[in-house]
Design a protein around this ligand. Structure first.
Ligand code: M6R
Length: 594
């Protein structure tokens, strides 16, 4: 994954731009951080730390007279977090400093060739190989860095967004891109690049999304883009700056803020996709969906759980529908017939596993609908149609408001297919239910204070409550590091119950009259084996001893309040354990590597 930034020209304060930029990108990884400044005298000043951008701040001087600069925040793929593996990475003879986001698949064979040419390699990263191959190519024909980059791109296999400083040209910042996001921006007397617009919005409103295969350079007053040796025209895109607000707004953590923004997000979706009388969806999109015989959902993580809800909605409509984890489908794509349509769900719109699926679908010329929170993301740009989640920036690694937005949008979309406006009323009452949960969050905190010492947390449910259980369990393990699993209630007795002891907590979601008795029996079976049970029920099914209850919402939407309770639960357990809630270990927000 990783985040990269770069700037060239008259930047008022280079360290400030780089450090603030990296801080806004640290959702892309926070194993190490680094920055390199190229000065007028052709010298690099390079600073690196194992740790976060906050650690980097401690060693970068407040002011550096530079002409250009690059920075990097890393999520380690090749090589453990260390200074040698931290970017920027210098080529052996010190001609180049580069930062990289992506994975070079053929780096081992390239490394072997570099050894044969007597290159010495200090670290274990694929990026160091890129820096040295570039230097090698350039030194063989030291006329043009641009030509060397063009040749380098023909050799590299894999994904990369590269920002490159060349010692002899401190007024230029080179770049290259394939399968990893890269955005350029220009302002008066300075040009910038970054993995996403966040670091750039303070400096420019004019963005260029670099396309795969493009490379070029920035100077203080020009941006030049090339593909296969030919110059291409610049294409400007817009970004909704308001949605890029990273203000914590008085909250101690983004996760809590984002959980509590959910009702606003649902209201925004209601306004965007319903005008008071009619649904507002692209007619062509609806036509494609109506005609489709088979709807296939693809997604990862939390978005995958929202996708399963979507699959359920279509099945209830009588349409053939299925869901696959993107990283699985990408290696075994399943096509049924030409009337198959794909719905690809991703908060970030940059998840590599999903983008890989989209490429396969697009290569077959098939229709795909992206549901994403990120305008102009790769998923958005490459989709046949896009529906936006309107959730605003989601910073915490644990996805919360985006999940509720995904399910809400799917409910609106499916309802619009047969003009069932009753969903609007249901969504309004859902919002009231969420607000009442916010008011009672201390009760959830009390439960968290009881369970935070347990070794194992199970979540069970049946039907849509099982989907909620899956998402609840992901949230719990992701930010609290407590082992957690989700099961359909009936499956416990087929094996998993063997794990239960007096350090096990079991949460049972109970929102469905049909399965109420069965799920309670499943919970009882765990209690009999000394497990601690917590039943989260809807008010209509509430019984004495239940841990928490929520007001009734339409059965097709009950997954949202159930998951909502579990988001608070995971949040408070993590808080009690005093771990970093917004940046859990080993993870990154945007997973742009396979
Ligand atoms: O940006 P995406 O929705 O494509 O991300 C998919 C997953 O990486 C993401 O949902 C992940 O599972 C979250 N950390 C879960 O909270």
């Amino acid at each position: 994954m990783c985040g990269i930034v770069g700037a060239v020209g008259k930047v008022k304060n280079f360290p400030k731009f780089i450090l603030e930029g990296l801080a806004s990108l640290d959702y892309r990884g926070y194993d190490s951080a680094g920055a390199s400044f190229l000065k007028e005298n052709h010298e690099f000043a390079c600073y690196k730390v194992v740790g976060t951008v906050d650690d980097l701040k401690k060693i970068v001087p407040n002011k550096i007279d530079a002409l250009s600069s690059i920075g990097h925040t890393r999520w380690a793929t090749h090589g453990h977090p260390s200074i040698n593996n931290a970017h920027p990475i210098a080529s052996m003879n010190g001609l180049f400093n580069i930062v990289h986001n992506g994975v070079i698949e053929n780096y081992r064979s390239l490394k072997k060739k570099l050894y044969e040419k007597s290159y010495t390699i200090k670290g274990e990263t694929d990026t160091e190989i890129v820096a040295n191959v570039l230097e090698y190519i350039y030194l063989k024909n030291p006329h043009s860095v641009l030509v060397a980059i063009e040749r380098l791109m023909k050799i590299l296999k894999g994904s990369y967004a590269l920002a490159i400083l060349f010692k002899d040209e401190p007024t230029k910042l080179y770049f290259a891109k394939k399968d990893s996001p890269l955005i350029l921006a220009e302002s008066e007397n300075a040009s910038f690049l970054a993995s996403d617009p966040l670091p750039l919005i303070k400096y420019s409103q004019k963005f260029i999304d670099v396309e795969d295969g493009e490379y070029g350079y920035l100077t203080k007053n020009e941006i030049r883009l090339f593909i296969n040796g030919k110059e291409v025209e610049k294409r400007y895109t817009e970004r909704n700056i308001e949605f890029l607000n990273k203000d914590l707004g008085g909250y101690s953590d983004y996760m809590l803020k984002e959980i509590e923004e959910t009702p606003q997000v649902i209201s925004r979706l209601l306004i965007k996709y319903f005008d008071g009388h009619n649904f507002i969806f692209d007619e062509n999109l609806l036509k494609e969906l109506r005609n489709a015989e088979h709807v296939t959902f693809l997604a990862c993580g939390t978005s995958y759980h929202a996708a399963i809800v979507g699959e359920r909605y279509f099945r209830l409509l009588g349409k053939r529908s299925d869901t696959y984890i993107a990283s699985e489908w990408a290696y075994e794509p399943i096509f049924s017939n030409n009337n198959q349509i794909f719905i690809l769900i991703s908060q970030s719109g940059e998840t590599a596993d999903l983008i890989k699926c989209q490429k396969i679908i697009n290569n077959r010329g098939m229709v795909n609908i992206a549901i994403t929170n990120t305008i102009a993301s790769t998923l958005d740009r490459e989709a046949t149609f896009t529906l936006y989640l309107e959730a605003g920036l989601e910073v915490a690694v644990a996805s919360t408001k985006a999940f509720s937005a995904q399910v809400t949008l799917l409910a609106l979309l499916v309802s619009s297919l047969f003009n069932n406006t009753s969903v609007i009323e249901s969504l309004h009452s859902l919002n009231n239910v969420l607000l009442s949960i916010i008011n009672r969050k201390e009760e959830i905190e009390d439960i968290a204070n009881e369970i935070y010492k347990f070794n194992l947390i199970f979540f069970i449910g049946r039907g849509s409550d099982y989907i909620a259980a899956k998402e609840a369990s992901l949230k719990m393990k992701e930010i609290t590091y407590i082992h957690s699993e989700a099961f359909p209630g009936g499956e416990l007795k087929h094996g998993p119950i063997a794990l239960v002891d007096n350090k096990t907590a079991l949460f049972a979601f109970d929102s469905d009259t049909k399965t109420d008795l069965a799920i309670r029996n499943n919970a009882k079976e765990v209690e009999t084996r000394r497990g601690h049970i917590y039943i989260i029920s809807i008010k209509e099914l509430y019984k004495d001893g239940d841990a928490f209850n929520v007001n009734f919402v339409s059965p097709n939407l009950s997954v949202i309040p159930m998951v909502y309770v579990s988001q608070y639960l995971a949040y408070y357990v993590a808080k009690k354990k005093k771990v970093n809630i917004d940046k859990p270990r080993n993870l990154a927000k945007s997973v742009t590597v396979e």
